[in-house]
Design a protein around this ligand. Structure first.
Ligand SMILES: NC(=O)c1ccc[n+]([C@@H]2O[C@H](COP(=O)([O-])OP(=O)(O)OC[C@H]3O[C@@H](n4cnc5c(N)ncnc54)[C@H](OP(=O)(O)O)[C@@H]3O)[C@@H](O)[C@H]2O)c1
Length: 335
């Protein structure tokens, strides 16, 4: 699912061109057109159709690697590319929490790229790994970033409703999810709880100081194709008035917008005031899938405030996020 999004988003990219594709031994040796059943709207891009699928091991004919491998095999595979001198822009969970690996959202923690310098000890060849967060973590961390900067987030409780495409293909069996909600997604709650505090942490003395906040997450798989949602409650160190909270979200812009990076949405966060928004079907494509949408912003009787956040899980939550990371790395001269 993520690989196809990469192909779709890269086909007309002004800076990057797909020069090689790699996948499992089910696909190796076939053309991409033979190996892949295209699951996205529109046609499989012609430029990629006749490309031979290779094993995911160096050397590959490319300047850097996008990886969306399953977490359990990503560690060895991504590590072998970094060791061979390739920058690896990863979507997988394998390296996200490593101390010397940036867990990057360009709008939130671009200064964490300083960690790449530390990877020179691990990969003297000059290769390195940069990761993007879990697909639900991204929208939560992006929503919390301007709030944490302005008011300090003390505690956050998030209950997610996650789309089927987040489970890859073929994903969840239809008989398990039709007429149903699954209250368990393996490893997801821990990822949201730990990744968020790393992303919102400060880069001090060549390391990340984990943000001093507690995050609690409960995750559910729901019968939606694309678009993860989370109901969020937040307690602040300095409780703001509601208009100040709204303004902090709505006015948020950052480095990717200033630099005009190709995949950066004009507005990373849109706040909607209609009482029945955001909705996956209506809001997942905001900003070409790179804008997160927040609604239901209101005082909360237990915590300080609550809201609902939504983002496109395979674009802002995966391939689009990795491509934006690569655009920032390229702009910063890393390749
Ligand atoms: N879906 C999302 O919304 C989302 C969001 C954020 C992060 N992620 C992460 O991105 C990764 C991929 O997710 P997905 O949803 O795209 O999964 P997917 O649809 O199951 O695709 C997995 C891909 O990995 C390849 N692969 C599997 N085993 C392999 C092996 N042993 N060697 C080489 N390649 C292998 C598969 O190759 P074949 O095509 O040959 O089978 C396929 O292309 C996962 O780590 C996931 O956690 C997903």
């Amino acid at each position: 699912m993520v690989g196809q999004r990469f192909i779709q988003l890269l086909v007309d990219h002004p800076q990057f061109e797909v020069t090689a594709v790699a996948a499992s031994d089910r696909s190796q040796g076939k053309t991409y057109g033979e190996a892949c059943t295209w699951r996205l709207g529109g046609e499989m891009p012609n430029a990629i159709r006749s490309m031979k699928v290779q094993p995911p091991s160096p050397p590959l004919d490319c300047d850097f690697v996008f990886s969306s491998l399953p977490g359990d095999i990503a560690r060895e595979t991504e590590g072998s590319f970094a060791a061979a001198g390739y920058p690896v822009i990863s979507n997988s969970s394998a390296f996200r929490m490593d101390e010397d690996v940036p867990l990057l959202i360009p709008e939130v923690n671009h200064d964490h790229l300083g960690l790449i310098e530390k990877q020179k000890q691990r990969y003297p060849s000059g290769g390195f790994i940069v990761t993007n967060p879990n697909c639900s973590t991204i929208m939560l961390a992006l929503a919390l970033a301007p709030l944490h900067a302005a008011f300090g987030v003390a505690t956050c409780v998030a209950t997610t409703l996650q789309a089927l495409s987040g489970a890859g293909y073929p994903g969840v069996a239809s008989l398990d999810i039709l007429d149903n909600v699954l209250p368990y997604i393996g490893g997801e709650e821990e990822k949201i709880e730990t990744e968020t505090t790393k992303i919102l942490g400060r880069f001090v003395n060549d390391r990340i100081e984990i943000a001093p906040m507690t995050v609690s997450a409960q995750c559910h798989r729901v019968n939606v194709t694309d678009g993860h949602m989370a109901a969020v409650r937040v307690k602040f160190v300095r409780k703001p008035e509601l208009p100040a909270l709204r303004e902090a979200l709505e006015s948020f812009r950052s480095l990717p917008q200033e630099l005009g990076l190709y995949s950066a949405p004009a507005r990373p966060i849109v706040v909607r005031d209609e009482q029945d928004r955001p909705q996956p079907k209506l809001d997942r494509d905001a900003g070409n899938g790179m804008t997160i949408t927040i609604g239901r912003l209101a005082p909360d009787s237990v915590m300080d405030y609550r809201f609902v956040v939504l983002s496109h899980n395979t674009i802002r939550g995966a391939a689009g996020a990795a491509i934006l990371n690569a655009e920032l790395l390229s702009q910063r001269g890393y390749f």
